[in-house]
Design a protein around this ligand. Structure first.
Ligand code: SAM
Length: 263
């Protein structure tokens, strides 16, 4: 392909057909489905998705890809591409004109904005049946990390509040053009049926960020400006203390801590 790849846009295209097939089969697209893809690139993954979906809605920031996408996807009538920054879009409005029963997201994400993309998807409040994404391997390991490991962080807790996260498979850096400096992983995120009751998601998010701010510091030192007495009571109930570190504390305890804080 004669194309001047932009590193700044996370442009590493997948070339291996088996891997493309495997991503789509991990997504397990069922029924009348609208699939959102962020960053179709040259359309290599899009073609596979389009076989299973009623419609594929893609967001591509790089208008230089328009000609290539038109050519590569000309045999498909069920693909729409919006040439814009996904982060700036109102997804709810964009999908209004499609009729579908199930909504999916399948994408080989631009890695430099992995977290903002996922946060945007969560905040959209749309009921995605499943998100199947390829991301940087180390980032994926963090998403799935268990307490008391060095990978466990505020985003781990935040994501695991919403989703059951499944490791699908690892993809070597050699499967991409141009070859990136890191390996990748495909993971699936499925919204939990019974979300724990949470009074204020923003407060929860802030508590998480503050708790993990300095990883070596204790809860007491990271949360100096919080109502420490209240926090201590709850921590003690679960055999933790103000001297514990955030990385020891499981999701359920963070939820209870957040629910007992005042704005
Ligand atoms: N889907 C192709 C594949 O699997 O080979 C390309 C994936 S490549 C890792 C990421 C794609 O996301 C690129 O095509 C890039 O131009 C696009 N992209 C980067 N930032 C974006 C943004 N903010 N909104 C939409 N697309 C973006």
């Amino acid at each position: 392909m004669n194309f001047n790849f932009k590193k700044s846009l996370g442009q590493n295209f997948l070339t291996d057909k088996n891997i493309l097939e495997r991503i789509v089969s991990s997504a397990n697209i069922q029924g009348n489905s609208l699939v959102i893809e962020i960053g179709p690139g040259s359309g290599n993954l899009t073609r596979f998705i389009a076989k299973y979906a009623i419609h594929v809605l893609c967001y591509e920031i790089d208008t230089r890809l328009e000609e290539i996408l038109d050519e590569n996807l000309k045999d498909f009538q069920n693909i729409t591409i919006i040439y814009d920054d996904f982060l700036k879009r109102d997804i709810k409005t964009d999908i209004e004109k499609f009729s579908f029963d199930n909504l999916y997201l399948v994408a080989n994400l631009p890695y430099y904005i992995t977290t903002p993309i996922i946060e945007k998807v969560i905040q959209s409040n749309l009921s995605f049946k499943k998100l199947t994404i390829m991301i940087q391997k180390e980032v994926g390991e963090r998403f799935m990390a268990l307490p008391k490991t060095k990978e466990y962080n505020s985003l781990t807790v935040y994501l695991n509040y919403y989703f059951d996260i499944k490791r699908e498979f690892v993809v070597s850096r050699n499967a991409f053009i141009p070859k990136p400096n890191v390996d990748s992983i495909v993971i699936s995120l499925i919204k939990k049926d019974n979300l724990l009751e949470l009074n204020d998601i923003n407060l929860f998010n802030k508590l998480l960020k503050d708790s993990f701010k300095y990883k070596r510091k204790t809860i007491k030192n990271n949360l100096k400006n919080y109502d420490l007495k209240t926090l201590e009571k709850i921590l003690n109930k679960y055999n933790y203390s103000l001297a514990s570190r955030a990385e020891e504390i499981p999701l359920e305890v963070f939820v209870e801590l957040a629910n007992n804080l005042k704005n």
